[in-house]
Design a protein around this ligand. Structure first.
Ligand code: SAM
Ligand code: SF4
Length: 327
């Protein structure tokens, strides 16, 4: 079991399989001039699988595959198939922009991978295209509805972006009236590759909730798992649910159970911290299993208590882009 220096059990790994993406969401990365990692700096599928197995042997039982966009890697299904057969790994989930997932839906179902988070920051097509700087709305919408109707456990991630998409907060909630889907509203974080700096946000989780409360005064709170980052609610009569994730307000750090590994092998123990180690060359070298375990123990043993503490120590962390961290 992995236990950090604040006595929190770490059982959840967020594994980025690439830093590349076919969209250019303006809150995540600049439109151009991005230094994507060279291929040899990215793990191969065999390396990702080996790394996962080492971590599962230390107590990780949930892995989320993220990126960049996981499905820009044509070999991602090979990794998912290997993870699906990994003993001790109880939960595999994916975070995707849903542009490229279509051809893989049947195979995902066969592998028993059901938990899919779809990032969708607008229900209005023009707003979507402005934010993502690409014209993939119809594909995303079709894939989203297909995933929901084919029985996947789908959660939609919607980042509340001041001046860009808050007019869609209520319209996107309509999806939960008709479908058993969760819409989760996230606070914007300043990890966008340096294209926009800010110290505070207008649309924090409280404001999002007030806005929803004005339209649906009788929504009520659901019981959520202790380690959940989302606070979840339901509107009476609606099939699905909604939630808020205070990703900038950071109210959930006390029960954080996560470890992140970036596409290039950085170990990140908090979103608001810089990498504490890099595993790529270690994994490629001699005695790798033992050395990886040691690095992980070291990283987990020196975690910041909260995102605020991490931010204090790593003042330049905001130059990071979410596409390399994985969200
Ligand atoms: N490409 C995939 C996707 O968009 O779902 C996976 C990677 S993306 C970096 C993971 C998550 O991070 C997405 O839900 C995205 O909306 C979120 N994200 C990216 N930049 C963010 C930011 N600056 N603030 C808050 N969330 C962000
Ligand atoms: Fe790509 Fe996801 Fe970042 Fe959008 S949020 S640019 S889809 S990695």
């Amino acid at each position: 079991m992995l236990v950090d220096n604040h006595n929190r059990t770490i059982n959840y790994l967020r594994l980025a399989v690439t830093d590349r993406c076919n969209l250019r969401c303006n809150y995540c990365m600049p439109s151009e001039g991005i230094n994507f990692a060279k291929n040899d700096k990215l793990f191969t599928i065999e390396e990702l699988s080996k790394l996962s197995a080492i971590l599962v042997s230390r107590g990780i039982n949930k892995i989320r595959i993220t990126g960049g966009e996981p499905f820009v890697r044509k070999d991602v299904m090979v990794l998912l198939a290997q993870l699906a057969n990994m003993e001790g790994l109880e939960d595999i989930s994916i975070t995707t922009n849903a542009t490229l997932i279509g051809p893989y839906i049947d195979e995902l179902k066969e592998l028993g991978i059901k938990n899919i988070n779809v990032s969708l920051d607008a229900i209005d097509k023009a707003t979507f295209e402005r934010i993502t700087r690409r014209n993939q709305y119809d594909v995303v919408h079709n894939n989203l509805i297909r995933l929901i109707t084919e029985g996947f456990n789908v959660r939609i991630n919607f980042i509340a972006l001041d001046g860009q998409n808050t007019q869609d907060i209520l319209p996107i909630l309509e999806l939960t009236r008709h479908y058993d889907v969760a819409v989760r509203y996230l606070e914007e974080m300043p990890f966008n590759g340096g294209s926009k700096k800010f110290q505070s946000i207008t649309w924090d989780y409280k404001r999002i909730l007030e806005h929803i409360r004005e339209a649906y005064p009788d929504y009520y709170k659901l019981i959520s798992p202790e380690t959940s980052t989302s606070i979840n609610y339901k509107i009476p009569g609606f099939k699905g649910s909604f939630g808020v994730i205070p990703s900038f307000s950071r109210t959930f750090c006390g029960s954080c159970n996560r470890l992140r590994i970036s596409a290039t092998g950085d170990v990140i123990t908090c979103l608001y911290a810089k990498a504490s180690a890099n595993l790529r060359e270690i994994l490629r070298g001699a005695n790798s299993e033992e050395r990886i375990k040691n690095e992980i123990l070291k990283a987990v043993g020196s975690r910041a208590k909260t995102g605020f503490e991490a931010q204090e120590k790593h003042k330049d962390v905001f130059s990071n882009s979410m596409t390399s961290i994985g969200g």
